[in-house]
Design a protein around this ligand. Sequence first.
Ligand code: UD1
Length: 346
Amino acid sequence: MTFLSIIGTRPQIVKLAPIYEAFVDAGVSHSYIDTGQHYDAALANNVQSELGIPDPLKNLKIGSHSHAVQTAKIMEALDFEIDQIKPTTILVYGDTNSTIAATLVAVKKGIRVAHIEAGLRSFNRAMPEELNRVATDHLSDILFCPTVNAMENLEKEGLGGKSVNVGDVMCDLLIRDSAKFKKIDASQEGLQDNFLVSTIHRAENTDSYDRLRSIVSAYAALPMQVVLFAHPRLKAKLKDFELSFSENVQVREPVTHSDLLGWALSAMGVVTDSGGFQKEAFILGIPCTTIRTETEWIETLENDWNVLVPNPHDLREKLNTSRNRPRSVPFGDGFAAKKIVSYLTA
Ligand code: UD1
């Protein structure tokens, strides 16, 4: 049996880390291909080395293109590589163009596909990620769900028979690496104590001038400092649109996974549009404000630990920084990756 994971973006490296370790612990042969959808060191290599994952079998170096071209280039390159490796199971992660491309190639070769982080739904078909995850779930052979809600979504689509609730692999990693999340010293960073940590990268927030301008204005209206770890897509769009953040916003390069969480633990709250960061904030007990109309991680909305702000204009009024609220444990027990590997190797 040969297990092959396909990843390509920063959050997929994070999801791969506990799976990689679980295969090693089980003494089962497993390797991975990186499509190279993300290629900047800050989004790719730095994250990989920090998480202790060795280099991939191959980096396909696909890079940035339109959705169709990126997906097609990944498919073409994988078609060849998979024929050489001849895996019996391919593991795909999340909802990116690398996920759907790998799934399509594998299922048409009759190779068993396991989808990790299956069953999430934003019910917003304008998001490329929603299209990728719906198609991936319907095509895959085994669906590993992180939550009860994800299982229910799949049952409603007639996919309950191939779904298993194992818990969330990113939650595994948070438990494994929690000692590495070092709080920062605000004064050494030129910050007052009450600052926010933020990331913004989604197409629906960055790719229209009006939307991005309203986000820039909303941050300017906040009465505190914001440390914004800027995805290259955000930086590129700010440049294209000739927009810049106000003085209360420190725009910084992306940091590694554990550094980001150390920063978040030091902040009064997180403002983001990332799915993974919303969930990590919830698990760590950090109030989150999400600049989106909906979330696929609906568990995080419990007791307003995560508050959605569809219109950036409302950010100041709706900003979520309060902590004294009960919080449940919906993302599993920290053994999702072990359960996935046991299931696949049984
Ligand atoms: C992708 C995923 C998204 C995920 C995100 C995590 C899809 C459809 N989207 O979005 O679900 O949340 O990764 O970060 O797969 N760029 C660089 N350097 C890089 C990568 C990207 O400069 O290493 C810039 C380029 O301008 C590129 C843009 O970012 O065109 C978008 O990159 P892309 O990989 O298409 O999507 P992400 O926004 O990163």
